[in-house]
Every structure is written in structure tokens, then in C-alpha cells.
Design a binder for this molecule. Structure first.
Ligand code: SF4
Length: 400
């Protein structure tokens, strides 16, 4: 028994459809409940509920402060590799994209991590494309073990694995796992993932459960908004979160609200969710799941991040780079270009090697970030908004 069987009988499409016709009375009724059901959640993300955004925002804000205090936890992604054997149409690292790639050595990973530690971070997310040759279980284990003594919070966002392969990563010191389903729409999922092991929808959907069985105690999920209807995706993500809260109850759960950003391959979003709808979604998630962490990444603009922060966000990335070596230039001398998965020689004067302003390396990033403020600037902003930026993972800080 896994979430897949619940998911297969989930009336998500009809709930999304019904939410379009929801009236103000139904929204009020859902808001009056102490514990919300999935149909209530669908009501809170309905067009009718948009009229209640101010009221819902105040409630979401005060619920978040009651449960989490006036703190925002900060984390940074550290990209280990942009090699990938999958073709995901919306991702710059897609196998067929002719981009500059590299996998950082252990020393280079330590260099990047030291730069982030210097900024104040103690909570790190190790990210890598899916390539078993370059990003093996053993490589990941060595990276985690090398960072463990100095990093109280280590999460990974890498290729989904078997439970037995996750276990050594937990033993080495990783405690968090992030896996985005990308889209909960099976048809769109098949269209977006045209090559590689990621084509297996169910295997990906069960990943948080396998990670939990291996001992991960922080789990992060999200769709990638911009692929299928956003209300459908949000309802599925809420059902997924509800399942994980019931079945993986020893783990702290986080939900992100990530939207597609420009990247190599120039994929254009297939669907749209407006800034206001994103705010509505954040509030609905908070009211539905009072104890779940809500994550906001640098995919969003400074203005929107500043506005969303008090609505229910508990965890933010800051000063992020999505290219391996992005913080120090580590690995830049061994960059290579791949075309359809094969390494090709680039002339030394090729435009790909030209130095790029404000970039430490020419390695290609996964996507363009929208909030380019430094981690210090974001921390200052958090303080100005009346919150305390926390650089260390909350749970680890309590038990350290
Ligand atoms: S989304 Fe992940 S698996 Fe897909 S191309 Fe990008 S890095 Fe590879």
C-alpha cells in the first residue's frame, strides 16, 4: 500500500472542476471548520475564495506565527552536478540540451560549502541531475560524510532511489529529502518526460515513502506549477501531503510552491498561475496544514517574495546559484559541452567560454533565479519585516 493507490482513486480532477463553480457561501463554510477536508481545500483555492484573500491572509499569518514563531529558516542549494540522463522538457539540465556541464569533486564540493558556511548558512540542500555514472550513491555518500560535521542540516534533491540506497546517505548524515513530482497529471507527465528513468510516474510518486523508510526525517514535496492546471496540481499535492502526514508521521513535511523559470531549452509554461493565485495557494496550504513548513525559493521576484513571506512561509532559499560551482567557480576548468548526451569539443575561442558578468563559472544553471539579492540582503529584509532569520535547521537547532 502506498500513496499511488490512494492517488489512483483521488477525485482531483472533479474537485478542481467543482472549485471553479464554488460560491462565497461554500468558502465561508469551509473557513468556519476547525479541520479542513480536501473539498474544503478546493474551496479555498477557488476563484470565489480570491475575494476573501485579505481575511484569509490575516488568518494564515497568525496561524503561522502561533505554530512557528516569528522566524524564517534559511537554506541554500549546492549543485553538485548538472549531468543528466533524463529529458525533462522544462529543465535546463535536460540530456539533449547542449550545455556546459560538470560534476564537482569532493574538494570542490567542500569549497562551495565553505563559501555558503561563510555566509552563515547551516542548512544545505545538495542538488544534482540524474546520472548514475557521475552522481552515484557512493559519490553522494562521500559528499554528505565530508560535510556532516559542519552542517547540522543536510538535505538532498537527487535521482529517486531504492530504500536500501538511501540508507547509507542517512547514515552519512543526510536528514532531509526533497522530491518534486513536477506534475500529478499522468498524461502531461508522459509528455514532459520523453527519455530516461524519470518516465516512471509511480516510482517517483512513492519516493518520499522509500526515503522515510530509510530514515529521512524531513520530506519536501511540490508540483512544478506551469505544467498542468494549477488547482488540480494543488489538490493532488494536498492529498499527497495528507497521506504523508498520516503515514510518515515521524518526519517533518514541507511543501513548496515552485513555478517554472526560464532555462536552457527555452521551454514555455503550458499553464499559468498568477501572483495573486500563488498568494491564495500559500494561505490555503497554511490553513489546511497548520504544522507543515512552506518553502519559498528564489524562483520568485524580490517584490513577490517580500509580499508572500508574512503569509505563511517558514523556509526560504537566498543568494542561490543553480549551476555547479556557482558560489566559488569550483570545477570551471573541467567544464565540457554535451550534445544529446555526448561530449563534443568546443574551440577555445567559442562564445560559450566568454566570461559572464557576475558569474563565477560558465557551467549552465538549471534555471534562472528571479531574486538575485545576497543572503545578507534577504536576512536584513526578514529582520525589517519583524522576523528572525534562522540559518540553522529548526529541529537540529533544538537537539544539537
Ligand atoms: S528535472 Fe531533474 S531529472 Fe529532469 S532534466 Fe532536470 S535535473 Fe534531470
Amino acid at each position: 500500500m502506498s500513496f499511488v493507490s490512494e492517488f489512483n482513486s483521488l477525485p482531483a480532477a472533479s474537485l478542481a472542476q467543482r472549485s471553479l463553480a464554488t460560491g462565497a457561501a461554500a468558502v465561508r463554510e469551509s473557513l468556519a471548520k476547525a479541520k479542513l477536508s480536501l473539498p474544503d481545500f478546493a474551496n479555498l483555492i477557488s476563484p470565489a475564495a480570491a475575494e476573501f484573500l485579505e481575511h484569509v491572509g490575516r488568518r494564515s499569518h497568525s496561524m503561522t506565527q502561533q505554530r512557528f514563531g516569528k522566524v524564517i529558516r534559511l537554506f541554500a542549494p549546492l549543485y553538485l552536478s548538472n549531468e543528466c540522463i533524463n529529458n525533462c522538457q522544462y529543465c535546463g539540465f535536460s540530456r539533449d540540451n547542449p550545455i556546459l556541464r560538470v560534476t564537482l569533486s569532493l574538494d570542490e564540493v567542500k569549497r562551495e560549502a565553505a563559501a555558503l558556511r561563510e555566509q552563515g548558512f547551516r542548512n544545505i540542500l545538495l542538488v544534482a541531475g540524474e546520472h548514475p555514472k557521475f552522481v552515484s550513491v557512493n559519490y553522494l555518500r562521500e559528499c554528505i560524510a565530508a560535510l556532516h560535521s559542519e552542517w547540522p542540516g543536510i538535505s538532498i534533491e537527487v535521482a529517486p532511489m531504492e530504500t536500501a540506497d538511501y540508507a547509507p546517505l542517512v547514515a552519512a548524515g543526510a536528514d532531509g529529502l526533497v522530491v518534486y513530482q513536477e506534475t500529478y497529471d499522468r498524461k502531461v507527465y508522459a509528455e514532459m518526460h520523453t527519455a530516461g528513468p524519470k518516465r516512471n510516474f509511480d516510482w517517483r510518486l512513492e519516493t518520499p515513502e522509500r526515503a522515510y523508510a530509510a530514515g529521512f526525517r524531513r520530506l519536501g514535496i511540490s508540483p512544478l506549477y506551469g505544467l498542468a492546471d494549477w488547482r488540480y496540481e494543488a489538490i493532488c499535492a494536498a492529498a499527497h501531503a495528507d497521506y504523508l502526514l498520516r503515514n510518515c508521521w515521524k518526519a517533518a513535511l514541507t511543501i513548496s510552491t515552485v513555478r517554472i523559470r526560464p532555462c536552457a531549452g527555452e521551454f514555455q509554461p503550458l499553464t499559468h498561475i498568477s501572483d495573486r493565485e500563488l498568494a491564495q495557494l500559500v494561505c490555503a496550504l497554511r490553513i489546511m496544514f497548520p504544522d507543515v513548513g512552506l518553502v519559498l525559493s528564489t524562483r520568485e521576484s524580490p517584490r513577490l517574495r517580500d509580499g508572500l513571506l508574512p503569509l505563511g512561509i517558514t523556509l526560504m532559499s537566498a543568494g542561490s546559484h543553480t549551476e555547479p560551482g556557482g558560489y566559488t567557480g569550483a570545477g570551471r576548468e573541467k567544464l565540457h559541452q554535451t550534445v544529446r548526451g555526448r561530449i563534443v569539443e568546443l574551440a577555445s575561442g567559442a562564445s560559450e567560454w566568454a566570461p559572464q558578468p557576475n558569474r563565477a563559472t560558465n557551467a549552465t544553471g538549471q534555471f534562472e533565479i528571479a531574486d538575485e539579492r545576497s543572503s545578507r540582503e534577504v536576512a536584513d529584509l526578514i529582520r525589517r519585516l519583524g522576523y528572525e532569520p534562522v540559518w540553522k535547521d529548526w529541529d537540529a537547532a533544538l537537539t544539537a
